[in-house]
Design a protein around this ligand. Structure first.
Ligand SMILES: [Fe+2]
Ligand SMILES: [Fe+2]
Length: 370
């Protein structure tokens, strides 16, 4: 599990800062939040296996997607305008706190995508040029996204030290097929998250608390294209989305991604409230849409129309609240662990129950696209 030697510093907008005063001119380098199961992860994979991947079963589609990436539709999109001037000062302290948290989490996950794609493109360049080129284009997009979010953080006198994150964050090793499931879902969920906020704010401009949301429409198209790339890649490796084991893994990843997002978003519902959104309703919409989209490539999807599914997620929310409460108590570490034990067990049991719920065969769910 060797952390990728990132070339983050090659991109000026991602340069780490060593400033120590918190103002937009001299932002304070923000300490990364403590890693939990809910914070964005950094990934590494088997580069040899990726390089050796045979794309022939779906090469034409991958070539077409790469051609789209080459067009670089958002080349001139991420340019800050005068709307940003003084916008940070208009936020009240509570909104400011939740918004900065949102910027930080989003920046970290965009940056995590950048690191993985960049490293992949570098390591497979010789043996698998088409795949390497696609990853390089996606790394370009994610670098822009992360840089743009980090720049917004400087409006609040803060900046993420991406160089420090690269060197110090733990990297999770996933076999290529697990990278496909996880990144496919995070790209598609990213698309639905961004577009849902954008459309909501279009109807409710009074809730647009910061000009960064104006950029979400084109931005989410990047994520959509990235998701389509992984869709095509899985179809080039049909065993990743065919057969009994693949069905189990797809269910597992759908559930893990949906449950994590739901628990995290409900825990920071104040951010959604600041935008005039209800975190639960927003997540229900994003989950239903991502589930529907996933049926285009996954052999099975989850039965998110079953009320039992949402009851399960609510149980996870309650367990999570109890866990954070135990964390915040002044008790000694072993006592805390003891208090947390039943909630950890409760989470494991609830996840098992959710996992065992009957899934829906994708061809039944979305016959038109298959
Ligand atoms: Fe992105
Ligand atoms: Fe992306």
């Amino acid at each position: 599990m060797v952390p990728p030697a990132a070339s983050a510093t090659a991109i000026p907008s991602l340069e780490p800062t060593s400033a120590s005063v918190g103002s937009p001119e001299a932002p304070l380098t923000k300490e990364p939040v403590k890693d939990t199961i809910l914070t964005p992860r950094f990934y590494t994979t088997d580069f040899e296996a990726m390089a050796a991947m045979d794309l022939r079963p779906n090469e034409a589609e991958l070539e077409a997607i790469c051609e789209e990436f080459r067009k670089d539709y958002n080349r001139h999109h991420f340019v800050r305008d005068e709307a940003f001037e003084g916008a940070a000062d208009k936020l009240d302290p509570e909104t400011r706190r939740v918004f900065v948290e949102f910027l930080e989490q989003s920046c970290t996950s965009e940056f995590s995508g950048f690191l993985l794609y960049k490293e992949l493109s570098r390591r497979i360049k010789e043996k698998n040029p088409l795949l390497a080129e696609c990853f390089a284009h996606m790394a370009r997009d994610e670098a822009r996204h992360a840089g743009f979010l980090n720049k917004a953080m400087t409006d609040f006198g803060l900046q993420l030290d991406l160089g420090f994150l690269t060197a110090n964050k733990a990297y999770t090793y996933f076999k290529p097929k697990f990278i496909f499931y996880a990144t496919y879902l995070s790209e598609k969920i990213g698309y639905w998250r961004y577009i849902a906020i954008y459309r909501h704010l279009e109807k409710h401009p009074e809730s647009k608390i910061f000009p960064i949301f104006n950029f979400f429409e084109n931005w989410c198209q990047d994520e959509n294209r990235h998701g389509d790339f992984f869709d095509a890649l899985m179809k080039a490796q049909p065993d990743t989305v065919r057969g009994f084991t693949a069905r189990l893994w797809c269910r597992f990843f759908l559930l893990a991604v949906f449950a994590t997002m739901y628990v995290r978003d409900v825990a920071r519902k104040e951010f959604y409230e600041a935008l005039g959104l209800d975190a639960r309703e927003y997540d229900k919409y994003v989950i239903a849409k991502t589930n529907e989209t996933s049926a285009r490539v996954f052999p099975v999807v989850l039965d998110v129309e079953n009320p039992r599914f949402w009851e399960g997620l609510e149980q996870l929310v309650r367990n999570n609240a109890a866990l954070s409460q135990a964390d915040q108590s002044g008790a000694a570490t072993p006592i805390k662990a003891l208090r947390k034990l039943p909630y950890w067990a409760g989470n494991a049991l609830e996840m098992a129950r959710l996992f065992l719920m009957a899934p829906i065969r994708s061809e039944r769910f979305q016959p038109a696209v298959r």
